[in-house]
Design a binder for this molecule. Structure first.
Ligand code: ADP
Ligand code: MG
Length: 551
């Protein structure tokens, strides 16, 4: 037997669980049942893929056992199990991206409600067992390991691990429950009624049977209804059921912002249940992020984060697509080239975008939340999804000089445009302050022209790629000549140009290493001079970005 230390982040998370500020302790059971369900999905998938794998898939299920005398609760599955390396890697350390940030944020938060929100958003998984147990034992066997593994810990910095013979397929997690009568007011998790209630609330839709004996020694009953939510008539499903299912697929404990149901019939039959979250995950802009849309085939889970069904820029959309006419051992390779999948994807994208559009009209507050949380990701679609470029511009909002607090849509901008205004003016920069203090803004401000303030890194890229919107072109106020003069002003400018011709030639030759050309400007009102880029030059921010990427 070996005693090992938890990795430091895991230790912090465990301490948090043991002295939990999270009031809803029932959620530990949801986490364990959800892990068991994942393990059953994985085993079934593995046996499709690897015909030589020796495993019994004839009665895959989750079992819950209570022992009132010993005050233990066991959640058992006959799924994929874990190898010794898995146990050390998955249970002893926290590989989840964003954990460090999560812990930092949590430390900064003094307010109990806010920290509950954070915990909710993060989803603490297996470690939540330590909210209700003072010792946890996990026994597991992977079909490719000769022996089983027994892991045990009281969550206080170390755990023990040892190989054990004769372990059945799958994983059993036994919780040695804390005494009932602590100041925590722990519910009695040895009560069958309590367990049933929690399973009903959190795991009813799980497609595997969850079995439990009503009392010690009785024959176990299946306690979940196992109905796939997306296959039930929309009118029969309550908002709470959707919210619970959303948690199951997304591991986000907030309520979804919007729920979308779709189905297709005919050549390619499918059902989809999609969710737009109400909060961006911590890892929205990180590469290794998992979980997007899950693919099922005839109720059987096939894969997580099915990129073939949802483009990168809508990666925050969660949910399930259940396709009826695919083979169970369909691979990513096949999906990539499947015409039907491409057409389903096109329909899903259109539906998500049109849902956002209807939020704009019908639920402006939800729309604002949506755009604040996901706008920066959605704008990536302006580059990658030219088919929907117009729609994306329709649903986009931008900071603007019109209102310091509230962003504007392009439609609202156009509404406010001056009669003779041709372009939609914008300026990119690191922050609102940089743009507002820029000399480029002076002339436009003087003329009362509105300028969009674009500060997301992606803005630099799409403004070059998107020619315009509904016949108006996007015009950077920091590039080239911004044509603002009336006829009269133009005549005056030409006069001045003549007067200063010699001076400008001299200045251009003096500064020849620094600038291409020195010219008189009509855009400044208070600053004496400013540096502008050529119409086709990179902006300073973009130059910085390329340099950072090593180009
Ligand atoms: P998450 O489920 O979000 O990945 P958890 O803390 O719940 O995080 O679990 C961590 C990992 O441990 C899982 O991803 C899985 O690989 C493994 N694991 C947990 N429970 C089981 C189980 N019952 N059977 C097999 N693997 C499990
Ligand atoms: Mg989990």
């Amino acid at each position: 037997m070996e005693t090992l230390e938890f990795q430091s982040e895991a230790r912090q998370l465990l301490r948090l669980m043991i002295h939990s500020v999270y009031s809803n302790k029932d959620t530990f059971l949801r986490e364990l049942v959800s892990n068991a369900s994942d393990a059953l999905d994985k085993l079934r998938l593995e046996t499709f893929r690897d015909k030589d794998l020796v495993a019994d898939t004839s009665d895959l299920h989750v079992g819950i056992e209570v022992d009132r005398e010993a005050r233990t609760l066991t959640i058992r599955d006959n799924g994929i199990g874990m190898t010794r390396e898995d146990v050390v890697g998955l249970i002893g350390t926290i590989a989840k991206s964003g954990t460090a940030e999560f812990l930092d944020k949590l430390r900064e938060t003094q307010d109990a409600a806010a920290s509950q929100d954070l915990i909710g958003q993060f989803g603490i998984g297996f470690y939540s067992s330590f909210m209700v147990a003072d010792k946890v034992t996990l026994v597991t066997k992977h079909p490719r390991s000769a022996e089983g593994v027994r892991w045990e810990s009281s969550g206080e910095g170390t755990y023990t691990i040892e190989d054990v013979p004769d372990v059945p397929q799958g994983t059993a997690v036994t919780l040695h429950l804390k005494p009932v009568d602590t100041e925590d007011h722990l519910p009695d998790y040895t009560s069958a009624a309590k367990i049933k209630e929690v399973v009903k609330r959190y795991a009813d839709f799980i497609t595997w049977p969850i079995r439990m004996a009503a009392e010690d020694g009785a024959e176990p009953d299946t306690i979940n209804s196992r109905k796939a939510l997306w296959a039930r008539p929309a009118a029969d499903v309550t908002e709470d059921e959707y919210a619970e299912f959303y948690r199951h697929v997304s591991h986000d404990w907030n309520k979804p912002l919007e729920t979308i149901r779709m189905h297709g019939e005919g050549v390619f039959e499918y059902q989809a249940l999609l969710f737009i979250p109400s909060q961006a995950p911590l890892d929205l802009f990180m590469r290794e992020r998992k979980r997007g849309v899950q693919l099922y085939v005839k109720r059987v889970f096939i894969m997580e984060n099915c990129e073939e069904l949802m483009p990168e820029y809508l990666r925050f959309v969660k949910g399930v697509v259940d396709a009826h006419d695919l083979s169970l051992n369909v691979s990513r390779e096949i999906l990539q080239h499947d015409r039907q999948i491409q057409s389903v994807r096109r329909r899903l994208v259109k539906k998500v975008l049109s849902t956002v559009k209807s939020l704009m009209a019908g639920k402006p507050e939800s729309y604002e939340t949506f755009w604040r949380e996901f706008g920066a990701a959605v704008k990536e679609g302006l580059l990658s999804d030219t088919e929907n470029q117009e729609t994306i511009l329709d649903i986009a909002s931008f900071a603007s000089t019109h209102d310091a607090e509230r962003p504007t849509t392009l439609a609202q901008y156009v509404e406010r445009m001056k009669d003779d205004q041709q372009h939609i003016y914008y300026m990119t920069g690191d922050s609102r302050a940089t743009v507002e203090n820029s000399p480029h803004l002076e002339a436009l401000r003087a003329k009362g022209l509105e300028v969009l303030i674009l500060t997301d890194p992606i803005d630099e890229m799409w403004v070059d790629a998107v020619p315009g919107h509904k016949g108006r072109t996007f015009q950077s106020i920091a590039k080239g000549q911004v044509d603002l003069e009336t006829e009269e002003e133009k005549a005056q400018a030409e006069e001045r140009q003549k007067d200063f011709a010699d001076f400008l030639t001299w200045m251009t030759s003096t500064l020849t290493d620094q600038v291409k050309e020195v010219r008189l400007s009509s855009r400044l009102t208070t600053s004496p001079a400013c540096v502008v880029g050529d119409a086709h030059d990179l902006t300073p921010t973009l130059e910085k970005m390329y340099r950072a990427m090593g180009q």
